[in-house]
Design a protein around this ligand. Structure first.
Ligand SMILES: C[S@@+](CC[C@H](N)C(=O)[O-])C[C@H]1O[C@@H](n2cnc3c(N)ncnc32)[C@H](O)[C@@H]1O
Length: 260
């Protein structure tokens, strides 16, 4: 446990030292990303999701978890704990939302629904998004469904199964992937396994978004290995989230670390 906290703290210090502001960005695409994704304010859709998150943070209802991720096992948690510690926080949910507005995307996949906050930020970005979200824990995914109903969201398809069981068959059904948000089973091996499973469906316009890239040494090593992959042309690191682009028109491979 101490090692994990120490890793996060050191990573945060390193990030603060390395992150660039908009004034040092020479790439027009990355500059547009900064202005249209990171700099965009909370809009009405984001505020409605944040309001639901604040209510959930104050709700101590117990929740049975069947965890197939890094923690593994069955245990009791609560809605408030999950909202505070597991769900995406509004600051980064807003980034997902504006990224899906900024980027052309129809086929969107999420690995790790939990209470469905990330799902909601993405599903509300644009009409026409077909979002599928996978989680092995039925109890949390059922809360997500209820929350999405209360927000009036109808463009979400839920799969209650493990990523490893679902992905091989599910990916066959997709003509391509546009955006995939990978936010579950935070181990080095699993993260790289999912990356390699997704690769055959990635086109020049696909974007993979990895959550918790500094959560543990294993996750940071997985992020470093993904950045090195020969198919990856551009990465953007905003500390909580790492964006991976395959944009083949880019001649030189580049990695950006952006202050947010
Ligand atoms: C960090 S939470 C997801 C948070 C959510 N994306 C959000 O934005 O609020 C991770 C979720 O992944 C699920 N998960 C972890 N490992 C899994 C696996 N191997 N297969 C399916 N679901 C898994 C967990 O049940 C948990 O609900």
């Amino acid at each position: 446990m101490f090692e994990t906290f120490s890793h996060r703290f050191k990573s945060w210090l390193w990030f603060q030292k390395s992150a660039q502001t908009r004034y040092y960005i020479h790439s027009p695409y990355v500059f547009a990303f900064y202005c249209k994704v990171l700099d965009e304010p909370f809009n009405a859709a984001c505020l409605a999701i944040e309001d639901l998150w604040l209510q959930t943070k104050a709700n101590d209802t117990p929740v049975q978890i069947e965890d197939f991720g890094a923690k593994k096992g069955n245990y009791t948690s609560s809605l408030s704990y999950l909202a505070k510690n597991v769900a995406i926080q509004p600051k980064y949910g807003k980034v997902l939302h504006h990224f899906l507005k900024f980027n052309e995307a129809t086929y969107v996949l999420e690995l790790g629904t939990s209470l469905g906050f990330g799902t909601a930020y993405m599903a509300t970005a644009k009409p026409g998004i077909e979002l599928t979200s996978i989680d092995a824990s039925a109890s949390v995914q059922n809360y997500a469904k209820t929350f999405h109903q209360s927000l009036g969201l109808k463009n979400i398809n839920y799969i209650n199964a493990t990523f490893d069981d679902t992905l091989p068959k599910l990916l066959n059904d997709y003509p391509r992937l546009d955006v995939v948000y990978i936010d579950g089973n935070h181990t080095y091996e699993a993260t790289l396994r999912y990356f390699h499973m997704l690769l055959p469906k990635c086109t020049a316009n696909t974007v993979l978004i990895f959550d918790d890239i500094y959560w543990s040494k294993g996750m940071t090593d997985a992020w470093a290995a993904i950045k090195q992959n020969e198919n990856v042309r551009l990465t953007i690191d905003v500390f909580q989230l790492g964006f991976v682009f395959f944009r083949t028109e880019r001649l030189a491979k580049e990695d950006f670390i952006l202050r947010y």
